[in-house]
Design a binder for this molecule. Structure first.
Ligand code: UPG
Ligand code: 3PG
Length: 318
C-alpha cells in the first residue's frame, strides 16, 4: 500500500461505536448545524417503511439528531411513496422537484433533486432496499463527518452480506464494487485505494460540497462524488466509517452490467481532471441469454451540473 493511503487510513478511519447520538446533537446545536437524511427509492415498497420507521423512532423521536427525514421517490410504480409517508417520511417525487429543470431516471437524479427540497447542512444518504442495517449507520456517518472540520465527505463501509436463495449467506457481496470500482480506483486514483466501499449507498456530505458537484443521474453518483472531492480537496477531505454489516436486495448480473458500464463512462469522463461530458462510442449494451436472445440496454450517461448553478436552487424552489 502506498504511503498516502496508509497515512489516510490511520487518520481518517472511524468506527460507528465511537459516536453517540445524544453527544452529536449537542455538538451540532453548538454549531447551529442540521442533519437531513435522504433516502432515494425506486419501487422499494417492501423495505422503505422499515428503514424510515427505524430512523424516525431512534433519531427523530428518541434522540433528535435528524431534522429532516426525506424519501425521494424515483419514478416508482409501486406504493413506495404511500408506504414511506405512512412511516413518517416527507416524500417528494423526483420528477416533480424543480420541474423547470426537467427529469431523468436514476438514483443520481434523485440525490441531485433532493438538494432543491431539503435544507440541512449535513446530508446523509441511505438506500431504501436495506434488509440488514440500523440507525447507527446515520449516527456513524454524522459522527465521522463532524469529527474533523476539514472532512466534507464520508463513506460508510461494512461487511457485505450476500444472501442468495439456495446458498449459505456469505460476506462476498458487492460484485460491481469488487470487480469494477475498486480496481479502477486502485489503478488510476491509488490515493483512494483505502476506501473499502466506494459505492456504498450509505454516505454523507456537507451541503456546501454536494451543491458544487457535477452529478451523474444514474448509479455513477457515488464514484463521481468520491473522485471529484478527491481532485478538488484532496484525501484529507474524505473519511470512512465502519458501520458493521449490511444486506440489501441483490440485482441480477445483467442489471449490474449496466451499472458497471455507467461507472466506466463516468470514470473515463474524469480521467483528465475536471468532469467532462461523458463521451462514448456507443451508449448501449448488448446482452444475450439463450432463452431471451439479444437485448439492448441503454447506458445512462447524463450528468447534472452543480445544483448551486441552477435557477431556483438558492430559493429552495420545489
Ligand atoms: O433509478 C433508481 C434506481 C435506484 N434507486 C434507489 O437507489 C438505492 C440503491 O439502488 P440499488 O438498485 O439497490 O443499487 P445497488 O445494486 O445496491 O448498487 C450499489 O452501487 C450503486 C452504484 O454506486 C449505489 O448507487 C448503491 O447505493 C449501492 O448500493 C435504492 O434505494 C434504490 O431504490 C433510485 O432511487 N432510482
Ligand atoms: O456494490 C455493488 O457492487 C452492488 O451493490 C452489488 O452488490 P451485490 O453483489 O452484493 O448485490
Amino acid at each position: 500500500m502506498r504511503a498516502p493511503t496508509r497515512d489516510w487510513l490511520a487518520r481518517h478511519s472511524h468506527v460507528h461505536g465511537d459516536f453517540d447520538a445524544a453527544d452529536l446533537v449537542e455538538r451540532l446545536e453548538a454549531k447551529g448545524e442540521r442533519v437531513t437524511v435522504v433516502i432515494p427509492a425506486r419501487n422499494e415498497a417492501a423495505t422503505v417503511g422499515e428503514v424510515v420507521t427505524g430512523l424516525r423512532h431512534e433519531l427523530v423521536e428518541r434522540v433528535p439528531l435528524v431534522s429532516e427525514l426525506v424519501v425521494i421517490d424515483s419514478d416508482s410504480d409501486d406504493d413506495t411513496s404511500a408506504v414511506a409517508a405512512d412511516a413518517g417520511a416527507t416524500v417528494h417525487r423526483s420528477d416533480e422537484i424543480a420541474a423547470h429543470l426537467g427529469s431523468h431516471p436514476g438514483k443520481g437524479e434523485a440525490l441531485w433533486k433532493s438538494l432543491f427540497v431539503t435544507s440541512g447542512d449535513l446530508l446523509v444518504f441511505v438506500d431504501a432496499d436495506l434488509t440488514e442495517w440500523g440507525p447507527h449507520f446515520v449516527t456513524g456517518l454524522v459522527g465521522a463527518l463532524t469529527a474533523d472540520p476539514a472532512t466534507m465527505l464520508v463513506k460508510g463501509w461494512y461487511d457485505r452480506v450476500l444472501d442468495v436463495p439456495g446458498q449459505s449467506p456469505s460476506t462476498e457481496g458487492g460484485r460491481v464494487t469488487e470487480l469494477v470500482a475498486r480496481p479502477v480506483l486502485d489503478l488510476w486514483w491509488p490515493d483512494l485505494a483505502g476506501v473499502v466501499q466506494p459505492l456504498a449507498g450509505e454516505w454523507a456530505a456537507r451541503r456546501a460540497l454536494m451543491e458544487s458537484l457535477t452529478v451523474p443521474t444514474g448509479y455513477g453518483v457515488e464514484i463521481a462524488s468520491l473522485i471529484d472531492t478527491h481532485r478538488r480537496l484532496g484525501l484529507g477531505a474524505i473519511a470512512q466509517v465502519d458501520l458493521g454489516a449490511r444486506a440489501h436486495r441483490h440485482q441480477k448480473d445483467h442489471d449490474l452490467a449496466v451499472m458497471a458500464a455507467e461507472l466506466l463512462a463516468v470514470v473515463h469522463a474524469r480521467r483528465d481532471g475536471e468532469p467532462r461530458e461523458v463521451e462514448v462510442v456507443a451508449d448501449e449494451l448488448e446482452q444475450f441469454t439463450r432463452d431471451g436472445g439479444w437485448r439492448t440496454r441503454p447506458v445512462p450517461l447524463v450528468q447534472r451540473p452543480p445544483a448551486v448553478t441552477q435557477t431556483g436552487y438558492s430559493e429552495g424552489l420545489a
